[in-house]
Each structure stands twice: as C-alpha cells, then as structure tokens.
Unconditional design. Structure first.
Length: 274
C-alpha cells in the first residue's frame, strides 16, 4: 500500500510546533493573539473599504483605524487585499489536520469532505462579517482574485491528499487515477463554494451544514466509487469486485481484507439487483 504523497506537507508550513504530543499554553496564547490582531486589522480594512472605497484606502489608514503601527500591519499581511481574509491560513492548517488524523479505513473522499467543512465553519462563525466580505469581493476585482487564490490552496491540498491514496506505480501517462483525484478534489471544493455562495446571498441565514451534506452526497455518488464504479479504499485498489456467470445464477465476490463492511454490503446489494 502506498503512503500519502509527502507534497501535502508544503501546505502546512505554518502549523504551530508542538511538544509532548500537544501545544504549550504559551503557543496557544500566541496563536490566539495573532489571530485576534489579524481579525482586528481585517475589520478595520473592511470598514474603510465600505465607507471610502478600496482604491482610496491605504495601508496606513487601515493600521491607524486598528490602532497599530504600519509595521504591525505588515507583520500580519503583505497587502491590503490580503487583509480581508484573515482566517484562511489557520483554516488551511485545520483542514490539513483533519486529513492527517483520518481513520485508516475511511474513504479518502469522505475525509476531504470533512476537511473542507473547516472552511464553512470559518464563514459560519461570523455570518455578518462573511456577508459583508462577500459583498466587497463581488465589487472589487483585486479582492475577488485574492479569494480565488485562497480557493486554489484548498484544491491543491485535497488533490495531493487524494493522489496519495492511489498506487505510486499508477501515476503514469494514460492512467485515469490522477485525473480522478484532481477532478474529485475540485468537485468537493466546487460543491462547498456553491452552498457557501447561496448561503451568503441569503444573508447568512439557513441550515448551511445540512445543505453542505446534501451537496457532498451528490459528489460521493458521482466520484466516491472510484474508477469504473468500484468502491475504493486506501491504496487506490477496489474494496470489492463482483462477477457473475453468464446465466446470472452465481455471483462471485472478491473483497480486500481491509474493505469497509458498508462497501462490501453495498457491492453485494448492487450485484443482486442487476
């Protein structure tokens, strides 16, 4: 069985170091202070963008509104458009942590769906702020481009994770597994963004979690069975395959020893219903 592709680690460089199996109180406090300042600067930027316009707003004005020096702004953000998205770095780390801690027999696509829920939780934690930010990104092309760049980071993380669950030897020209991994990761992100935009247009109201679960069910139905409609487990090989005699009187099933029971039972049920 191949190991997950190590390239996923490149998306995780900002994770807080830990010792003894957990973060120290000092590390957690520093991370909380950092996020609090980032959010304070973001709130100041959004206020100024909304009142005097994006182009007319300077970094100095954002820093002054937040009550900090210009150099403090640049310790947290590289540009004023980046300041509108203060939580994505931390959310990306949390999404990566979900992938790292996935149960060994969980369908990788289910893991990715759980990972991207961290993004929805980020938006849902502050509905009013998220709705206002959505309005601004629709009006300011530079903010829209920054948002697209953030989405691409999640897609790269999830694509690399799914690629890591196919055999390394299968990564060659003409093989569909890498294509499936990339398309499936994109589908999960697209489903999430579709639900998120609908929720934001509704003013941040409604049960966004159930809407997201419904969207993910559609993605799983489309991609979750792997190549050729066969359930896939870690390693990229089918969990179970079925063959039948020409008279369809005998059904023979071959299952992996680590195949989830639910996948095995589903394969049997589908074979008997043919």
């Amino acid at each position: 069985m191949s190991q997950p592709v190590k390239a996923t680690r490149t998306e995780r460089t900002k994770r807080t170091p830990s010792s003894g199996g957990g973060e120290s109180a000092g590390s957690r406090r520093a991370a909380a202070q950092r996020l609090s300042m980032r959010r304070k600067l973001a709130a100041a930027a959004m206020e100024l963008f909304a009142t005097q316009g994006y182009e007319a707003t300077t970094v100095d004005e954002i820093a002054a509104t937040a009550g900090v020096a210009r150099r403090t702004f640049f310790r947290h953000f590289r540009s004023k458009e980046e300041a509108i998205f203060p939580d994505h770095d931390d959310t990306l780390v949390r999404a990566a942590a979900v992938l790292d801690a996935a149960p060994p027999h969980e369908n990788p696509l289910d893991t990715v769906c759980r990972g991207i829920k961290e993004v929805m939780r980020m938006y849902a934690a502050s509905p009013a702020v998220s709705v206002e930010r959505y309005r601004l990104t629709r009006e300011v092309p530079a903010l829209r481009e920054r948002e697209i760049a953030s989405v691409a980071r999640y897609e790269r993380l999830f694509t690399r994770y799914l690629l890591g669950h196919f055999d390394e030897g299968a990564h060659h020209d003409g093989d569909d597994d890498p294509l499936l991994a990339e398309v499936a990761a994109s589908a999960v992100v697209t489903a999430h963004n579709h639900v998120l935009r609908r929720w934001l247009r509704a003013g941040g109201r409604g049960d966004v979690e159930s809407q997201l679960d419904h969207a993910f069910a559609i993605v799983r139905e489309t991609f979750g069975s792997g190549i050729g409609g066969r359930p896939v487990v870690a390693g990229g090989r089918p969990a179970a395959t079925v063959s039948a005699s020409e008279e369809d009187e005998v059904v023979v099933m071959v299952a992996r020893t680590d195949a989830p029971l639910t996948e095995v039972m589903r394969t049997i049920k589908e074979a008997l219903q043919r």
